[in-house]
Design a protein around this ligand. Structure first.
Ligand SMILES: [Zn+2]
Ligand SMILES: [Zn+2]
Length: 553
């Protein structure tokens, strides 16, 4: 067992870990897996976006970088263009000073790409981030291949969705979490192939159901009770699901009902010798979360199509041999301790914001370069020699084998996806050495501001004029606007207007997901020991895979 240099928790370095470290020629890390994960996750600010100017073109755009940052921030097209030269920031290493200090100085002056979108694939979708292949989308992040989707994150191959997270191949859904291949769902979680239903949890192939859990191929069910079509229609009308109060009431009732029902220990599908949660189509992988198509991976999160990697978060896509990397992906091979390096990189160490590069060390913002150190060009032989000298220097300064220190990251803790897996308040984050940034809302330029509690119960009572108002959030009092396409969506689905700020809605959705830690726990039925993301002190009844399947089929 090792002791975490940061939180003092003890953690295991397995023989699998040791083999991997040996293969990558790195020493074991000094901090525990959780501290490492938190640190890497702050390299991704997907949803906290600011209006700011491009420091090259002067044009206004939306960016995850707050206007207060001193490094230049360029719009994607400008960043990719010929209007600047990353090599002009090149410098020699100084062996009398720590590496990270010099890297921070370089990172502090090289222009940053100010919005992460796949160039040339976006239509009418300016207000998004970490995105590609979108049409008519608004305020969604970590997302690809969608049309008419508004608010939410991790949305892939969907059409007409509002306020959803971790959803794949759905259409016309509202407030859904971890749903796949479904249509017309409202307030559902962990559902597959379901349609026209409200408040379902862990259902497959269900249609016209309300408040059900663990059901398979059912129709006209309310709270797991089979009704006739007529009874169902009558009950549905009585529930007044088109009113704000009606929705609140059934939410409360179904949540209480779900707590009495068995829960699946882990949400995994189609894996071989693998463990994690929301892990799909993977082989020989462990401790991985929100991942798909992994092979021989350990401690990965939010990645897909990855081989032989450890401690890797966001995003993968044909990447291999990645170690302690964050926000890197799209055909990357053998990257160590890198952040935000995208598309066709290989053999990079301690690099940030590089693209199409190979054999570089300590570089920032490089495009299609080879054999560079601190943004300076070397011959192949010079590079190899200087790289070895730097590694030896970093071994002496105890930097080698560790990810960049927290101070190197430009994002505040609460701006990043770390909040999703490890929600902290300002005091806790600061105590752990992270920075914090209070959300600052622009004063909305509107005709009137209305407190959410004063909104009418149904969408039919809302005039189109609502588009000229701001609503103040029930919880945080932050003002928010309703956009035209969103209003049309609520009208189409006969949904009441939301009464919370989009950030609050996001926070509540994420809180409904279980975490990224496996706990040993006894199966609620056969008592055998299982691994689950439900901590032992939580009140859900959790079943092992066999007992759960017996229960639902
Ligand atoms: Zn720790
Ligand atoms: Zn069991």
């Amino acid at each position: 067992m090792a002791t975490c240099a940061e939180c003092t928790a003890s953690f295991e370095v397995t023989s699998r870990d040791q083999d991997f470290y040996k293969n990558m020629d790195v020493p074991p890390p000094k901090s525990c897996p959780d501290c490492r994960l938190m640190r890497r996750l702050i390299e991704r600010n997907a949803r906290t976006l600011y209006k700011r100017k491009c420091d090259l073109t002067g044009k206004e755009f939306i960016s995850p970088y707050h206007p207060d940052h001193t490094f230049p921030v360029y719009m994607p097209d400008a960043w990719w263009g010929d209007g600047w030269d990353e090599m002009s920031y090149g410098r020699d290493p100084d062996f009398s000073r720590p590496f990270f200090e010099q890297f921070a100085e370089l990172l502090g002056v090289v222009p940053h790409q100010g919005q992460f979108v796949v160039p040339g694939t976006m239509q009418n979708s300016d207000y998004v981030n970490c995105a590609g292949y979108l049409k008519d989308c608004y305020l969604i992040a970590e997302t690809d291949y969608n049309e008419h989707c508004y608010y939410g994150n991790r949305i892939f191959h969907n059409k007409s969705m509002v306020d959803c997270s971790n959803v794949f191949e759905n259409e016309l859904c509202y407030e859904c979490i971890d749903c796949q291949k479904s249509y017309g769902l409202r307030f559902c979680q962990d559902c597959l192939n379901c349609s026209e239903s409200f408040f379902l949890s862990n259902c497959i192939g269900c249609k016209d159901c309300i408040g059900c859990i663990n059901q398979r191929q059912k129709q006209y069910m309310v709270m797991n009770k089979q009704l006739t079509k007529e009874e169902y229609e009558k009950q549905k009308t009585a529930l007044k699901l088109n009113t704000f109060d009606g929705v609140q009431k059934i939410r409360k009732e179904s949540e209480a009902f779900f707590l009495e029902q068995p829960h699946k220990a882990l949400q995994n599908e189609n894996n071989e010798r693998s463990i994690g949660n929301h892990l799909y189509d993977s082989k020989n992988s462990e401790d991985c979360y929100d991942c798909k198509d992994l092979e021989d991976c350990v401690r990965c999160a939010r990645t897909f199509s990855v081989k032989s990697s450890m401690d890797y978060t966001s995003w993968g896509d044909k990447s291999e041999l990645m170690y302690q990397c964050a926000s890197c992906g799209d055909s990357c091979y053998s990257l160590k301790f890198c952040t935000t390096c995208t598309t066709n990189n290989s053999n990079l160490e301690y690099c940030a914001h590089c693209s199409g590069c190979s054999d570089c060390f300590g570089c920032v913002g490089m495009r299609r370069k080879k054999h560079c150190i601190f943004n300076k060009q070397y011959s192949k032989e010079e590079y190899a020699k200087l790289r070895d000298q730097l590694v030896a220097h970093m071994k002496k300064s105890a930097e080698w084998g560790e990810f960049f220190p927290k101070s190197v990251c430009p994002y505040a803790y609460n701006e990043t996806i770390s909040m999703e897996y490890f929600p902290l308040n300002k005091e806790e984050a600061t105590k752990r050495g992270y920075t914090w940034r209070e959300p600052s809302d622009e004063k909305p330029n509107v005709q009137k501001v209305i407190p959410a509690a004063q909104l009418p119960q149904t969408i039919t009572e809302i005039p189109d004029d609502v588009l000229n108002w701001a609503v103040t959030c029930l919880v945080t009092a932050r003002p928010f606007r309703i956009i035209k396409q969103e209003l049309a969506f609520y009208r189409q689905l006969d949904l009441p207007l939301p009464r919370k700020h989009p950030d609050e809605r996001h926070k509540e959705r994420i809180a409904r997901r279980s975490g990224v830690k496996l706990f040993p726990r006894a199966c609620g039925k056969c008592k055998k020991e299982i691994q689950t993301t439900y901590a032992p002190d939580r009140s859900e009844t959790v079943y092992c895979e066999e007992c759960y399947l017996k229960e639902v089929y």
